[in-house]
Ligand binder design. Sequence first.
Ligand code: ZN
Length: 203
Amino acid sequence: MYFIHGKDREGAILKEAVNEKAVRAMRAFLEAIGVDLEARGMEKTPARVAKMYAYLFNGMNRGTEDIWGETFPTGASGLVAVRHIPFYSMCEHHLVPFFGTVDIVYLPREGRVAGFSKFTQLVERIAHQPQLQERMTAQIAQAIAHDLGAEGVLVKVEALQLCMTMRGDLAPGTRTVTSEATGTFRADRSAYQQAWLTLGGEP
Ligand code: ZN
C-alpha cells in the first residue's frame, strides 16, 4: 500500500494511513544493525522511514496510461522537447538516491501532443520505484512511444549516483548519462541527430 501526507493535487485532504507492517520491519531492521532507537531518541524514525518510502515508491505497479488526459492535434509537424525535468529516484541495489535531470524530445504522430506538465508527471511516476538509471531511461521513452503513439522518442538522463560516490567507486561529482531512442529516431540517423541537437547535445 502507499499513503500520502497532506493534500492531493486537487487540494483534497488525504487521511494519513500508516503501514504498520513496514514500521515494524523498519524498527526490526534498525535494531538488527545495532541502532538503539530509544537511546538515540529515534523512536519515531521507523514510522517516518516507512512513510517516506511509501512516497518514494508510489509509482510502483501503476502503469502510465492514466497520466496523459486529453491530447491535442496541433497541425504542426516539428519536434517537441521538454528539458531539464528534475527527478529523484532510488537505486534498487542499495536503496540510495540517484537524481538529476531528464530531457525528452518526441515526434508526435499526426501532430498530436500531450500537455507539457504530463511529462514531469511521467518522470516522477517512473522514478518513484526501486530503479536503475538505464531502465528508467528506457521506460520513459517506451511510455511516450506507447501511450502517445509518438513516431520517435529520444530520452536523455543525466544523474548523480550517490551509492557509487558515497562508497568511493565514482569520484564525487561524476555524472552518469544514459539515452534511449525509439521509432524514427532509432531507425533514421539524421532524425536522431536532429533530436539530439534539440536536447542540447553536441553535434
Ligand atoms: Zn546502488
